[in-house]
Write a protein that binds this ligand. Structure first.
Ligand code: PLP
Length: 361
């Protein structure tokens, strides 16, 4: 600082500058500005992980003891665990609803939940939600809508344009894009929500570190190139999987067999993302283990959105925290496998799947 008074002015906010990295850092701000531009937001705030971003978004939505959160029952396993443990312990009730059933959502909204919590493309079953309709229902009750847009990325969907109040990303995934960083973002249109989110980085300290922000920002620059290729590859792979004898069912919104294919087309602009799930005909953990151990190109890894194609067994990883009954209730069977399709040559990818599936079914 050039002077005593200059530091005072930075603290007051009357002079541009940085006093302490937890409450403001130029590298982090450059990344946040890029995310805000992509999301069409007035403010985006970066956090140390997607989980920290989800927590921050719920706090910014003023969730407090006695409140209810109406959440999509197909949400990421750890989000569900966050709601059923941490938030439950502080007296926040969660009601899980099938968000494709608008009557059930309306019934839930009559109990005036503080937050309607959605995922644009659900993990792992790729259920597509009609964001605009859900936002309209929530608006009538004054309920704040929080959307986890990780699977779609801003390349496919910008939920703020549909009236959503808080958009969350695990930047660990498509935004970072290279599987080498953990981060999260929350984007908002409302200045007061933006202020609350910034306040949280300072007071709760789950802010993104500058080096991670630099990695996220560098990754973000190729988001459209990566996503275009990944979406095209995923469509090829999904179509091929659908014809394979060892595969009982493929979940991919780009397939005409997907029950929300038309909605997905309208919502995502004719591209369908790069996440696929499929059920092995032999629906057992053993069959999945054989499959996963035989891949050479596809990499088993409990994450998604990497350049490489990744495979994950939801019952072992993302939805491990749920009991087998809870998993079955949301349609996650013992033979369900999730793929995050990368940028490889699709011919190589399909060859690897072909070889691995030979003994799986
Ligand atoms: N949201 C979704 C849809 C996810 O899949 C994940 C992680 O897999 C998260 C949030 C949490 O993100 P992070 O691992 O960056 O905390």
């Amino acid at each position: 600082m050039p002077s005593f008074d200059a530091l005072d002015e930075v603290f007051e906010g009357t002079r541009a500058g940085y006093s302490y990295s937890r409450n403001g850092n130029p590298t982090v701000q450059a990344f946040e500005s890029a995310v805000a531009a992509l999301e069409g937001a007035s403010v985006a705030v970066a956090f140390s992980s997607g989980m920290a971003a989800i927590h921050a978004a719920l706090l910014a939505a003023s969730v407090q003891p006695g409140d209810t959160i109406l959440a999509t029952r197909d949400c990421y396993g750890l989000t569900r665990t966050l709601l059923s443990t941490y938030f439950a312990r502080i007296g926040v009730r969660t009601e899980l609803v099938d968000m494709t059933n608008l009557d059930a959502v309306e019934r839930g909204l009559t109990r005036r939940p503080r937050v309607l919590y959605l995922e644009t493309l659900s993990n792992p079953l790729l259920i597509v939600l009609d964001i605009a309709k859900l936002v309209a229902l929530a608006a009538r009750r004054g309920t704040t809508v929080v959307v986890d847009n990780t699977f779609a990325s801003p390349y496919l969907l910008r939920p703020l344009e549909h009236g959503v109040q808080l958009v969350v990303h695990s930047a660990t995934k498509y935004i970072g894009g290279h599987g080498d960083v953990t981060g999260g973002t929350v984007a908002v249109s409302d200045a007061e929500l933006g202020r609350l989110l910034h306040e949280q980085t300072n007071l709760l300290g789950a802010n993104l570190a500058p080096n991670e922000a630099w990695l996220c920002h560098r990754g973000l620059k190729t988001l459209p190139l990566r996503m275009a290729r990944q979406c095209a590859n995923a469509l090829d792979v999904a179509r091929w999987l659908e014809t394979h004898a060892a595969v009982a069912r493929v979940y991919y919104p780009g397939l005409s067999s997907h029950c929300q294919h038309d909605l997905a087309g309208r919502l995502l602009g004719g591209r369908y993302g790069a996440m696929i799930a499929f059920d092995l005909r032999e629906g057992t953990r053993d069959a999945v283990r054989r499959l996963m151990d035989r891949f050479r190109l596809v990499t088993p890894a409990p994450t998604l959105g990497d350049l490489r194609t990744l495979v994950l067994y939801p019952a072992q990883a993302s939805h491990r925290g749920l009991t087998p009954e809870e998993r079955r209730a949301v349609g996650i069977g013992d033979g369900l496998v999730r793929l995050s399709v990368g940028i490889e040559d699709p011919v190589d990818l399909i060859a690897d799947l072909e070889r691995a599936l030979q003994r799986a079914g």
